[in-house]
Design a protein around this ligand. Structure first.
Ligand code: BDR
Ligand code: CA
Length: 331
């Protein structure tokens, strides 16, 4: 029996690791990419949409791109982290090829998600790797969305690991904590792939170079440029990455956890997000389920979620390398 193909909507703020994740999804034979929905985050919404269209053009694939939220539901918009991903989200590319004329889907990201969920009830996996604003907006449009999609496998948050934009907050969740808490409590079958595991997997720049060398393609050249910029940022933060350049492929881990859950150790618990105050954006994980806390907010009304706690690093890296080494690009 052939392994199942998984229909996915990729909700993304590209972003270097978003681009790495997109390439992985395009290269993997078990991912059916139904569309990309874009969000602000690593870049502005206009830049995110432009990057999604451009990357799909370079890949030579017709993938619907629906533009989503330009700002969080409630909080003020944070400045995009141009020092991590470049002002253009792809490491400040020197030039871009002219557009081949592809345009955005006419629908909002939220409407696209709802429409696709109605077309294929119970089948679609949402893979959000940016702020969760589009997923919350889609849920507002269609309150049955948690039952209409198969699952949500998201990159964001942390259980035991520290934050990366504050002592406790991970960037995607920080960027729209109100949306995150809405999605966490909506009733989705939800898996969180957070910093607990993404900070364990360093993708060596040398691995990306070998892949780019093997393919010699405008998409892998573009990715390589972006990865070098991104790895230079990490070299300033992590002394070990100065000697052996590498980067965290955060968003790639969501796809790997979706395809190969056996490469991770999982925990089950109730997930919430702090929406205000100095711990804004902190994900709060309640897994001592026998305890009947007197305070509201963590009871049975909050659905059980799964979270990745540990990862088999060598096997994940080899899966990433082997997938991107497949003949998935054509000139
Ligand atoms: C997450 O934040 C973004 O900068 C990355 O693309 C990733 O989705 C990591 O915290
Ligand atoms: Ca991202």
């Amino acid at each position: 029996m052939s392994p199942t193909v998984i229909p996915v909507i990729f909700d993304t703020d590209p972003g270097v690791d978003d681009a790495m994740a997109l390439c992985f999804a395009l290269a993997h034979p078990r991912i059916e990419l139904l569309g990309m929905t874009t969000t602000f985050g690593n870049v502005t919404i206009a830049q995110a949409s432009s990057n999604a269209l451009y990357l799909s053009q370079l890949a030579g694939r017709q993938i619907p791109v629906a533009q989503g939220a330009g700002k969080p539901l409630v909080k003020h918009t944070e400045a995009p982290p141009d020092f991590i991903h470049g002002a253009d989200g792809l490491g400040n590319l020197n030039s871009r090829k002219p557009s081949d004329g592809r345009v955005l889907d006419g629908r909002s990201a939220a409407q696209f998600i709802v429409d696709m969920a109605h077309q294929r009830p119970g089948e679609i996996t949402l893979v959000p790797v940016g702020p969760l604003t589009n997923i919350a907006a889609a849920f507002a449009l269609e309150p049955q969305l948690p039952q209409l999609v198969k699952q949500v496998v998201l990159m964001g948050g942390a259980v035991k690991e520290a934050g990366n934009v504050s002592p406790v907050a991970e960037a995607n969740i920080w960027n729209d904590p109100h949306a995150a808490d809405t999605v966490f409590t909506a009733g989705f079958d939800l898996a969180m792939v957070g910093l607990d595991v993404t900070y364990q997997v360093v993708v060596p720049v040398s691995m990306m170079e070998a892949i780019a060398q093997q393919h010699q393609h405008p998409l892998t050249d573009t990715l390589m440029h972006a990865v070098r910029f991104y790895a230079n940022f990490y070299a300033t933060r992590y002394p070990a990455l100065k000697d052996t350049p590498g980067c965290f492929g955060h968003d790639v881990m969501a796809f790997i956890a979706l395809l190969h859950p056996e490469l991770f150790q999982w925990a089950t618990g109730r997930l919430r997000c702090v929406t205000d105050g100095i711990t804004q954006g902190q994900t709060v994980w309640h897994d001592r389920l026998g305890i009947d806390f007197p305070q509201l907010g963590f009871g049975a009304e909050v659905p059980l979620s799964r979270a990745c706690m540990q990862v088999d690093v060598p096997r994940v890296l080899e899966l990433f390398r082997a997938t991107l080494s497949r003949p998935w690009l054509h000139s």
